[in-house]
Ligand binder design. Structure first.
Ligand code: PHB
Length: 390
């Protein structure tokens, strides 16, 4: 008797669970966000998470009459884990859209699942040019390495930098940085004396910086991913490269706003190109920086945060147009979106699904005793030059 009751209750519960999930399916719009929240790239995951949550706090948790559910998973920065989590999000959680992707290998690992399941995948962080070609369901709200690097190479050639040593992290965006810088710089008569690559995990910059010092270039050209620039700049000073008169020019991740203020005076004068600075002079950015700080104990947002904030914007607006549907309708509504971001104006190229945006040349300056990336020149509506090639 008792057994029968228990069995009936169990069946009722199971039914409830099934109908509950069907209901949830109908009334929720699920965003599956996969981020490196622990491990060496945790600072990236934290910025992305904080900004996505800020967007939701400011814009509400309902779109097209559906409750937005943000499901956040920690992939620790490991591609196999990202792939497994993305699979779970698609198969078990039945998310309408995937988001995040803190590093290039994590985006590449997930792309085939987005394609097979026809799930739009918003890359908010990774920056290797070819990522958008990995799946027709990928839309990018971060930046592309060639987009910013070619402008840096032009600037260097025009500003009395004739010889550089290139030092990049040894994975796809580093390889993009090295290649597009060297191509553009040598076209203008510049010389890349040496090309050095440091490992992605646990890099020790000392032996590489010694080589840079010995080569006596006018400048060190460098790319390291967000969060890593502090240790590079610390060792640059410890080895006396600044005293030896070697300048630093870099992809903007090196002077990442999240860690810039802790770098000290060695960072002063470093010239970088990027799409976002927390010091960007616009009313919208001032509000963004203030709101982000308020919600996060005074922390400064970096370009990762802005990638997630704008990625959420793209998702919300697309969901409104698709009436909460996922798949091709959602993807279609992401293409061509054009809006003002804290970074300045931006657009999702309807053909390449990549971001078209302003690129700024910036210089690290001390203002009221804090270090900032001050923008001093703007290139408007820049497309990824790697895709512009015939
Ligand atoms: C990337 O893996 O594509 C990546 C990560 C961090 C950056 C830039 C690019 O700062």
């Amino acid at each position: 008797m008792n057994k029968r009751i228990a069995l009936t209750q169990l069946m009722a519960l199971a039914l409830l669970a099934v109908s509950g999930s069907v209901l949830a399916q109908d009334n929720t719009f699920k965003i599956g966000m996969v981020l490196p929240l622990t491990g060496p790239f945790a600072s990236t995951g934290k910025q992305l998470e904080a900004a996505a949550k800020l967007y939701m706090a400011q814009h509400g948790d309902t779109v097209a009459g559906k409750k937005v559910q943000l499901i956040i998973k920690d992939d620790t920065g490991t591609p196999d884990t990202t792939k497994r989590l993305v699979q779970d999000l698609v198969v078990s959680d039945k998310v309408q859209v995937l988001a995040g992707f803190g590093l290039t290998p994590l985006a590449f690992a997930s792309a085939p699942i987005a394609t097979q399941s026809k799930t739009p995948m918003v890359v908010m962080s990774a920056a290797t040019s070819s990522i958008t070609a990995a799946s027709p369901y990928i839309v990018r709200t971060s930046f592309t390495v060639p987009q910013v690097i070619t402008i840096l190479a032009d600037w260097a050639a025009k500003n009395n930098i004739k010889k550089v040593v290139s030092l990049v992290t040894d994975y796809a965006p580093g390889v993009d940085s090295e290649k597009y810088f060297a191509e553009q710089f040598t076209k203008q008569g510049g010389l890349v004396m040496e090309k050095l690559r440091v490992p992605l995990r646990g890099p020790d910059f000392a032996p590489f910086l010694q080589k840079v010092r010995d080569a006596k270039p006018d400048a060190l050209f460098t790319f390291v991913p967000a969060g890593v620039g502090s240790s590079l700049m610390k060792q640059f000073a410890e080895r006396g490269l600044d005293k030896a008169g070697i300048r630093v020019i870099a992809e903007g991740s090196v002077t990442d706003d999240d860690i810039l203020d802790g770098m000290g005076d060695v960072a002063l004068g470093v010239v970088t190109t990027h799409h976002y600075s927390a010091a960007h002079d616009s009313a919208m950015n001032k509000q963004f920086v203030e709101a982000y700080g308020k919600a996060n104990g005074g922390a400064r947002p970096n370009f990762m945060a802005v990638g997630a904030y704008d990625g959420m914007r793209v998702i919300y607006e697309a969901a409104k147009s698709s009436k909460g549907a996922g798949g091709d309708a959602l993807l279609q509504a992401m293409k061509g979106q054009s809006f003002e971001s804290p970074r300045g104006p931006m657009q999702i190229d309807p053909e390449t699904r990549d971001v078209i945006q302003n690129v700024y040349i910036r210089k690290v300056e001390k203002i009221n005793n804090h270090l900032w990336n001050t923008e001093f020149q703007t290139f408007t509506a820049v497309k990824d030059p790697a895709k512009a090639k015939p």
